[in-house]
Design a protein around this ligand. Structure first.
Ligand code: IFM
Length: 435
């Protein structure tokens, strides 16, 4: 690995990221059912019918996992809190064991000299709230605000940063328009509502945490570099639209208090009544912005209904997810976000990594991380105020619709025994972090 910590400014944060449902083992500790359990129980949604019931058993094994993080020389751990673990019904009576778990986890992170970076929602919506319409119901903003107050009332005194929602595009578009994630809908009206309500929920959570006196509050968006399939005006317009609803929609709302015009042209008839009045909540000032980056997409127009385009396979080498490896997209997106949305606010690469089938000798992952760390460094050289980089992920884990097939971890998990074995990429990173 060419990357070395010394290539980055002093104080730059290196961490690894995870999420609750993907690693904890949702069956343990009195958590309530979630819409991911429902989705996974429906044949055809998740590879092999896998679910998060046991996952990596991190609920019981978190000390061992945090030891691995600390031993690699990371500075920080980004984890998420499960709404259904804390509030099994989504509202009402909390599960004391759930709150105790996040309390212990936060302490254990701090005890190892790591900084806890929290994401409040990483996709496992309590089933009881899904029954009430989930992200389609405007009331979710208030339910989420209450959950935020509860969790932060318990661990907010020790956290280094908080983001309300991981990847609002996935919560809304992937789950409600493409149907590939829970709740598995393919419905433009549901998607439009979810897109707006997830932003309202984000804004209400920020409001609640500001009122509690918390600082270092941000947002985490996923971004893909979008490229037209050819030079035609149609392909360029299709790409602008893809870029609009994938990359710009959430940033434009949070940082400029509006939705992109090309997206509104198709989405507006489906947005909930009074959507124009939500921006004073949605655009609450933030302290940083997180970017999750993995790949680029190549876009071609088609004759179908709005948005009228599809992605086509590109020529570059791909990961085990079939995603093209395109590090330059990371520097270009970071530069664009700083220039057009966030200005001097710190940006953080909150996720970056690859699924690989290589097993312990994951040479491809070493090259992937090296190239993306070089792209992060290039963004700094272009003047982007980049403050941190988090690898996705420490452990192999439940990769949503791919089940346990896709392995993103620096550390192998043998799911039958739960044995952890660091891969070559873990050792390479640990070595680079010492240099
Ligand atoms: O595993 C996911 C994570 O939950 C959110 N960001 C992308 C990762 C890889 O697909």
């Amino acid at each position: 690995m060419r990357f070395a910590r010394s290539h980055f400014p002093r104080g730059f944060t290196f961490g690894a990221a995870s999420s609750a449902y993907q690693i904890e083992g949702h069956d343990a500790g009195g958590a309530g059912p979630t819409h991911w359990d429902t989705f996974a129980a429906t044949p055809g949604n998740v590879a092999h019918g896998h679910n998060g019931a046991r996952a990596c058993d991190h609920y019981h094994r978190c000390p061992e996992d945090l030891d691995l993080l600390a031993a690699a020389g990371f500075d920080a751990y980004r984890f998420s809190t499960s709404w259904a673990r804390v509030l099994p019904e989504g509202r009402g009576a909390p599960n004391p064991d759930g709150l105790d778990f996040y309390d212990r986890l936060t302490d254990a992170i701090c005890e190892r000299g790591l900084a806890p970076h929290v994401t409040l929602y990483h996709w496992e919506l309590p089933a009881a709230l899904a029954d009430l319409g989930g992200w389609r119901n405007r009331d979710i903003a208030g339910w989420f605000a209450d959950f935020t107050a509860l969790v932060m009332g318990r661990i907010g005194d020790r956290v280094a940063s908080v983001a309300p929602v991981n990847e609002p595009w996935c919560v809304s578009w992937l789950g409600h328009f493409l149907g590939q994630h829970a709740p598995g809908l393919r419905d433009i009206r549901a998607a439009a509502r979810a897109m707006h309500h997830v932003l309202l929920a984000h804004g209400r959570a920020i409001e609640v945490m500001r009122a509690m006196g918390l600082s270092n509050l941000g947002a985490v968006v996923n971004q893909e570099w979008a490229q037209p399939a050819d030079d035609s005006p149609e392909a360029r317009a299709a790409t602008d639209l893809y870029d609009g609803y994938y990359n710009r929609f959430f940033l434009e709302a949070m940082f400029h208090a509006r939705y992109p015009a090309n997206v509104l042209a198709g989405l507006e008839p489906h947005l909930p009544h009074g959507w124009e009045e939500g921006f004073d909540v949605i655009a609450a000032p933030l302290d940083w912005c997180g970017v999750n980056y993995y790949t680029r997409s190549i876009i071609a127009p088609n004759e179908g209904p709005w948005p009228g385009h599809h992605t086509i396979k590109g020529p570059l080498e791909t990961t085990a997810m079939g995603w093209e490896i395109y590090p330059q997209g990371l520097s270009d997106l970071l530069q664009r976000i700083a220039a057009e949305y966030t200005g001097d606010l710190p940006l953080v690469v909150t996720e970056n990594g690859m699924a690989s089938d290589e097993g312990q000798q994951d040479i491809g992952r070493i090259a992937y991380l090296d190239a993306h760390l070089a792209a992060a460094r290039a963004a700094l050289d272009r003047g982007v105020p980049l403050a941190g980089y988090f690898v996705w992920s420490l452990l192999d884990n439940f990769e949503w619709a791919c089940g346990y097939d896709a392995r993103f971890g620096l550390v192998n998990v043998a799911y039958d025994t739960q044995e952890r074995t660091p891969k070559a990429s873990y050792h390479a990173l640990a070595d680079a972090l010492r240099r």
